[in-house]
Design a protein around this ligand. Structure first.
Ligand code: RIB
Ligand code: CA
Length: 314
């Protein structure tokens, strides 16, 4: 059964790798790619989504949604990791930005066209989904599942001491989505950081003569350099790619039903994800939280998906 998917993202190099995989996977029908500010500011995120789709030129172009202006404007941490343009300074020649509809409207339209059939994969701040829910209160009941890359179970963040980046960028939106009634899978940092990719990954990419190989060889090296400079690591994490695999292969992940929420105040804790793990929890269980992954199975699925993208972009 082909899975209908909307990908909401803030490209971002790991977002870009996930898009490259998803656009050519025969098990996915990517109906829309909607952009949000996060790793980069709104207009750059919208440009990056179009740049990625133009560079890869998939057999079926998804609908594209424009990131809402005037919200989060990117964070110094992200620019260090993903480059000023968000794609490792991939100097693509973007044709003029196509006229696009706002992301939250595209999400609403696509879900309403296929009630109960669409998975929304959220790879950036949850701004657009929260806007869609406030615009259309019935929408949450019409989405099959939301898979979210974000949060931290242990309370150890990656942008502050307590907050993971996607939650930190828009905690109010994250809280709205967490408190909604839609079925949600959360892929937190503890799981997305279980896989580290080393430089040998670059040697295994599709040939540069393929569109996928050329694109990935242009954007990925920057991430290896930034992880070494910023984190002192000789490998990278591909958080959004792991979240994509969680949407494609839930069987590779162990999940636990949990009651979670997002701190929206607190000078030290804004954006932190908090879970009620008391012996008698009082909060409503609202999340399936990925706790562990089958490393080899996920690695193989990623390798296979990238290889496939190369084959289809010769
Ligand atoms: O914390 C990791 C998340 O923040 C990823 O989605 C990455 O792209 C950034 O958006
Ligand atoms: Ca992202």
């Amino acid at each position: 059964m082909v899975k209908k998917l909307i990908i909401d993202c803030d490209p971002g190099i790991d977002d870009a790798v996930a898009l490259c995989m998803a656009l050519f996977d025969p098990r996915l029908d990517v109906l829309a790619i909607t952009s949000t500010a996060g790793n980069v500011e709104s207009s750059q995120a919208s440009k990056n989504v179009q740049t990625i789709v133009e560079s890869l030129d998939p057999p079926r172009w998804p609908r594209l949604g424009t990131a809402p202006e005037g919200l989060f404007v990117g964070h110094a941490n992200a620019k260090q990791i993903h480059g000023n343009d968000g794609l490792g300074n991939f100097n693509s020649q973007l044709s003029r930005l196509h006229h696009q509809h706002p992301s939250e409207k595209v999400i609403t339209d696509v879900v309403r066209n296929a009630p109960g059939q669409v998975t929304v994969l959220c790879l950036g701040p949850l701004t657009n989904l929260a806007l869609a829910f406030s615009r259309d209160p019935d929408l949450a009941s019409m989405i099959d599942r939301v898979v979210i890359m974000g949060g931290s179970i242990s309370g150890v963040g990656n942008v502050t001491a307590t907050a993971e980046y996607n939650m930190f960028c828009d905690p109010e939106a994250a809280q709205t989505v967490f408190r909604s009634l839609v079925t949600k899978t959360l892929v937190p940092l503890e799981v997305s950081q279980q896989l580290t990719f080393n430089l040998s990954m670059l040697d295994e990419l599709p040939d540069a003569s393929t569109r996928a190989g050329n694109f990935l060889r242009n954007v990925l090296p920057f991430l290896f350099r930034s992880y070494r400079q910023v984190y002192g690591l000789e490998g990278i994490h591909l958080h959004d790619v792991v979240a994509l695999i969680a949407a494609l292969h839930p069987e590779f992940f162990e999940t636990q039903d949990m009651a979670g929420d997002v701190e929206t105040n607190g000078s030290l804790t804004r954006g932190a994800t908090v879970f009620d793990r008391r012996s008698r929890p009082e909060w409503r269980i609202n999340l399936e939280v990925a706790m562990k992954l089958d490393k080899q199975a996920v690695r193989d699925a990623i390798r296979e998906s990238i290889r496939y993208a190369g084959q289809l972009t010769r």
